[in-house]
Design a protein. Structure first.
Length: 226
C-alpha cells in the first residue's frame, strides 16, 4: 500500500472540487480518480477493521450509475464488475488494488457526497486528511438549478453539505483544509501552496505551476469552472 493514504475531497456541489483535482493531477505523483462514490457511505468503504464481514462493498455504493463510472475508471468489462467489486471488503483495498500506486504516490478521490463520510475516515487515523470545498449559497443554487434541480432541492443540498462542512472544519482543524471557491479561482497557486503546507502531499507548487502548458491548461480550467 502507498505510504500516503487516500486524500478525500468533499463539500458543496459546484464549489471547485473538479478544478482542485485537475490542478493536483498535474503531478504524476497524484493519482486523481473521477467521482466514484466509493467512499461516501458505510464504515467498510473507508478501510475500518471494525467493518461487518457480512457487508458487501457494492451494497453501500449510493448511485445507480456507479457501475458505469467504475467500469470506465478502471477499464472493467461489464461481466467482470461484480466479481471485482465483491472480491474486496473496502473501497481502500479496491482502489489500491486497481491503481497499484507506488510508495511515493497519493490517490485522490473527489465526490461532493464524501462530506458525509469524512468524519469516519478522519477518525481512523490522524494521518488521514481531507479537503472540504465551499462556495457562496447563491452561486451553488444557480449552478444546481442549471442542472435541473428545483430551487428547494438546490437550497437543501447547499445547506446539508455546508452544515456538515462547517462541522468538520471546526472539529478536525489539523486534518481538514477548507478550500474556498473564491480563493481557489482568484489565486490557484496560493491556494495549492496553503494546502501543501497543511497536508503532506508528494508534489510541489513549482511542479504544478512551472510550465507554460500548465498555465494554458489552468486558464481553460478556470473558464470551465466559472
Amino acid at each position: 500500500m502507498s505510504a500516503y493514504p487516500v486524500l478525500l475531497i468533499g463539500g458543496s456541489p459546484s464549489s471547485g472540487s473538479t478544478l482542485l483535482m485537475n490542478l493536483l493531477a498535474k503531478s504524476p505523483a497524484m493519482i486523481c480518480l473521477p467521482e466514484t462514490g466509493l467512499f461516501c457511505h458505510g464504515r467498510n468503504l473507508k478501510g475500518s477493521d471494525e467493518s461487518d464481514h457480512r457487508d458487501e462493498l457494492s451494497s453501500h455504493v449510493p448511485w445507480v450509475d456507479t457501475r458505469a463510472k467504475l467500469s470506465k475508471s478502471f477499464s472493467w468489462p461489464d461481466e467482470a464488475y461484480d466479481s471485482v467489486v465483491n472480491s474486496h471488503r473496502t473501497a481502500m483495498g479496491l482502489v489500491h488494488d486497481q491503481v497499484s500506486p507506488s510508495c511515493d504516490q497519493c490517490i485522490v478521490e473527489k465526490t461532493p457526497e464524501n462530506i458525509f463520510a469524512l468524519e469516519q475516515y478522519l477518525q481512523l487515523s490522524t494521518s488521514h486528511h481531507a479537503i472540504v470545498t465551499s462556495r457562496d449559497m447563491l452561486s451553488v443554487i444557480q449552478s444546481l438549478m442549471r442542472r435541473h434541480y428545483s430551487a428547494l432541492e438546490a437550497l437543501m443540498l447547499w445547506f446539508s453539505h455546508g452544515y456538515e462542512s462547517a462541522r468538520l472544519i471546526k472539529g478536525y482543524p489539523d486534518q481538514v483544509y477548507h478550500c474556498r471557491y473564491s480563493e481557489l479561482t482568484m489565486d490557484p497557486m496560493g491556494t495549492i501552496s496553503a494546502i501543501l503546507q497543511k497536508i503532506p502531499l508528494p508534489c510541489s507548487v513549482d511542479e504544478l505551476f512551472s510550465t507554460q502548458a500548465t498555465a494554458s491548461s489552468l486558464d481553460h480550467m478556470l473558464k470551465y469552472s466559472g
